[in-house]
Structures are given as structure tokens and as C-alpha cells.
Design a protein around this ligand. Structure first.
Ligand SMILES: *Cc1c(COP(=O)(O)O)cnc(C)c1O
Ligand SMILES: [Zn+2]
Length: 421
């Protein structure tokens, strides 16, 4: 049995709670849509009736019960029938023993979320938002995106016979723009920044009464993203990992990862939250650089990792609360380190990732050089997006050799340089 009528919203700023019967995006008391230069306050967290869920069972048997009900006790939807038929989530977790030919003294796992239907982690959120819309007979969903949220919503909506409207900076990587068009969404390239696309999408949402998936606005994106944490716990045979490296832009994925563990903590399934390491690009680390400051200061972002290039992180306050309350850590990595990490992931493991995902691995690499990681500790790197989404980013790191004449003599010399037969 799944517990119905099961969630409320709670403002992370003022603590006010709201009933779920209306569409609620943000706290009407705290959220200022016209705020400029600093992150919005009043993002909502979804809270479930944890004591009712706890009545069903406890510990691992409660967890297994929740899994066997497709997580419905911990999602804002009533049935999974309205989700996409595409396979979202349940992505592979690979254990690696070796890095650059050296045996690793601890456990390293790579969670490959580039294997989602539109090749990024964002599908976890789009699938849930789309299912919720279906349950409420809403057929059009709108979002602003730097690239992946848009290509994800477009793909998921295509599979669900829903319409998607995507506001995206015209400068987004070509592959992401192409995906959106191929999936048949209405694409609105904006000659401006993501922040401007975001503002425009909110205005259109209000004016036409549309349903909006914007990240750091629609609270269900966090609920969709948190599924990764329950999956990790199951894939690790009901053990909490010690450390998870998460790439951070707006701070929604990291909040989702925390929320998944926090729900399990509330239910008494687990006893501790893992150490979560927020990884940002040095050229866009507006969450990390403001963790300890009272007044938010934004540095203009400049990094090749477009998916984590954010001037004003939309979910800054929630992400900071999570990191502070649960003793999270942070690492900034340079674009050069991101590109090196991308090459290592590809050539060591066959995992070609986009820069934002490679940043998480670069963060792990840096952390591991500077800190003692306990033997036998379980360390996870969250790989959030596929490398084919941004081919331009890695061009400076590679050389595609000149074409040869199709002639066996020429080929012999060439092959000798590569491999001894
Ligand atoms: C969106 C995204 C991120 C960052 O997520 P935030 O919620 O903005 O912090 C990281 N990697 C990829 C591939 C993404 O698409
Ligand atoms: Zn509030």
C-alpha cells in the first residue's frame, strides 16, 4: 500500500508549510521574482508523512517495501503509470580498482547517469515533472535551460505525447539545441544569458497559465533527482557510501542527492548522511565562494563546463544549508583539470563525459591528491552528462590525425608507431 495525500511543501527560508492542492512553485512570502544580483529565497522542500510511512516497517525492510512500490511513498505522484516508458534512472554503478595504472587504496564507484534517455541526469527530474503533469491532465510544460534540462524535457515530453516549450541561450552547445529540435519541442533561443531566459520563462508561465519545470523553482525537480540516492543505497547492498562527488551549478542536483539521504534518515533507514563534496569549476564557483559569507557576491562565470556555468545559483540557500548541516566539503577545479579528467575517464574507463560531469571526477582526483581517503571507504563520482553533448569542449585536448592514402605500405609504418605486432 502506498500512502495517499502524503506530502506538503515547506519553505526553506521561513519554514512556512503549504498544502499540496494548488500548484506551488515557491514560497509566496519569501520569493521575489524581481530580485537581481543575488539568489532567490523561498525555494520549497517537499515533506512526506514520515511517521505514517514508518508504520509500515522499519530499517531495511521498510526500504525494500518502498522500493517494491516504485518509491511512490516518497514521490509526489500517485502511480508510476504516468511516467515515461523510456528507461530513466537505474543507471549503472561501476566499481573501479585502478586509476592511471595504479591500484586504488579505497573503493571508487562511477555512477553513469549519462545513460539516461537524453544522456543526462536531468531526465530524473523531467520524468517526475512530466508524470505529475499527466496526473493533472496538463499537456504542455515549459522550462528555461542552459541545455540539458531543455533537451531532457523535450525528449521526455516527446515520449509522453506532451508539448514542451524550451527557453535556452542561443549560445548553448549545438548538440543540445539539436536534441531539442529533433524531439519536436518548441525551442525559443534567447539572445542573452540563462538568467534572462529564466526570467522570460517565468513571465510566460504566469501570463499563459502554463506548467513550469524550471530548476530551483519547481520543487519536484529535487524529488526526481533524489532518486539517485535511493538507487545508490540499493546498489551498495544497503550501505551508505562514505563520500559522493557531485558537480554543482545551480545547486539542485546536490540538494536532490542530500534530500534522498535525508528522507531515508527521517525514516530511520539510515543513520548517517554521506560526506558530499560539491565540485564547481573555478571560473564559476559562486556556491563554494559564498558558503561562509553573509552577503552573497557573484563573480561572472567563465568555464568550458556550460552545464555548471552559473552567475547566480538558483538553489544557493538550500544547497548551502545542506552542505553546512551535514558537514559537506567543496572543491573547485580549473578548466584544464576538467579537460584532463575528461581524458582520463575516457581513456581509462571508456566513459566519455561532458565537461560538467568530468568536473566531478576532477574534483575527486584533486581531493584524493590532497586528502587521506580511508582504506575501504566507498567513494562515488556522479557522472551527469554524456561527452557527445559538447564535442567542442575537448577539441583542444585531442588531435585527429590526417587522413592516409588507402595504401597498405603507408599503413604499415603508421601502425608501427601505435602498436608493436
Ligand atoms: C544541470 C547539470 C549539472 C548541475 O546541476 P545543478 O542542479 O545546476 O547544480 C551538472 N552536470 C550536468 C551534466 C548538468 O546537466
Ligand atoms: Zn517562506
Amino acid at each position: 500500500m502506498v500512502i495517499v495525500n502524503k506530502y506538503i511543501y515547506k519553505c526553506v527560508n521561513c519554514g512556512e508549510t503549504y498544502d499540496r492542492n494548488d500548484i506551488f512553485y515557491v514560497c509566496p512570502k519569501c520569493y521575489d521574482p524581481d530580485i537581481k544580483g543575488s539568489p532567490p529565497k523561498g525555494i520549497l522542500k517537499v515533506k512526506y508523512d514520515y511517521s505514517a510511512i514508518k508504520n509500515k516497517a522499519s530499517g531495511i525492510s521498510l526500504f525494500k517495501n518502498i522500493i517494491s512500490n516504485s518509491l511512490l511513498d516518497l514521490l509526489p505522484i500517485q502511480s508510476i503509470e504516468n511516467q515515461s516508458f523510456l528507461k530513466v534512472g537505474n543507471t549503472p554503478l561501476y566499481q573501479m580498482n585502478v586509476l592511471e595504472n595504479e591500484k586504488l587504496p579505497f573503493q571508487l564507484y562511477l555512477k553513469d547517469d549519462s545513460q539516461n534517455p537524453t544522456y543526462s541526469f536531468k531526465d530524473r527530474a523531467s520524468n517526475l515533472v512530466s508524470a505529475w503533469a499527466k496526473e493533472h491532465t496538463i499537456d504542455t510544460i515549459i522550462t528555461a535551460s542552459t541545455g540539458n534540462a531543455g533537451s531532457s524535457l523535450a525528449g521526455i515530453c516527446a515520449s509522453q505525447n506532451q508539448k514542451a516549450i524550451i527557453f535556452i541561450p542561443a549560445s548553448a552547445p549545438k548538440a543540445k539545441l539539436t536534441q531539442i529540435v529533433m524531439y519536436g519541442a518548441m525551442i525559443i533561443p534567447v539572445d542573452g544569458t540563462y538568467d534572462q531566459a529564466f526570467d522570460l520563462s517565468i513571465k510566460v508561465t504566469n501570463k499563459f497559465g502554463l506548467y513550469n519545470r524550471n530548476t530551483a523553482f519547481n520543487p519536484f525537480t529535487i524529488e526526481g533527482k533524489k532518486t539517485v540516492s535511493l538507487e545508490l543505497y540499493e546498489q551498495l547492498n544497503f550501505q551508505v557510501p562514505d563520500r559522493i562527488f557531485v558537480p554543482v551549478g545551480d545547486g539542485v542536483i546536490i540538494s536532490g542527492v542530500y534530500k534522498g539521504f535525508e528522507d531515508m534518515l527521517e525514516l530511520g533507514i539510515i543513520e548517517k548522511i554521506p560526506e558530499i563534496v560539491a565540485v564547481q569549476a573555478e571560473g564559476s564557483n559562486n556556491i563554494i565562494s559564498n558558503l561562509d559569507s553573509d552577503n552573497f557576491v557573484s563573480k561572472p562565470s567563465n568555464t568550458i563546463a556550460d552545464s555548471i556555468s552559473v552567475d547566480i545559483p538558483g538553489n544557493f540557500y538550500m544547497a548551502r544549508d545542506f552542505i553546512t548541516n551535514y558537514s559537506g566539503k567543496s572543491v573547485s577545479v580549473t578548466d584544464e583539470e576538467i579537460l584532463t579528467a575528461s581524458k582520463i575517464l575516457s581513456s581509462n574507463y571508456g566513459l566519455f563525459m561532458e565537461p560538467a560531469a568530468s568536473a566531478a571526477f576532477a574534483g575527486f582526483y584533486k581531493y584524493f591528491q590532497c586528502n587521506k581517503i580511508n582504506d575501504n571507504s566507498k567513494n562515488i563520482v556522479l557522472l551527469t552528462g554524456n561527452g557527445l553533448k559538447d564535442l567542442n569542449a575537448v577539441q583542444s585536448k585531442i588531435v585527429i590525425p590526417e587522413a592516409i592514402e588507402p595504401n597498405i605500405e603507408k599503413l604499415k609504418d603508421l601502425i608501427k608507431t601505435f602498436r608493436k605486432f
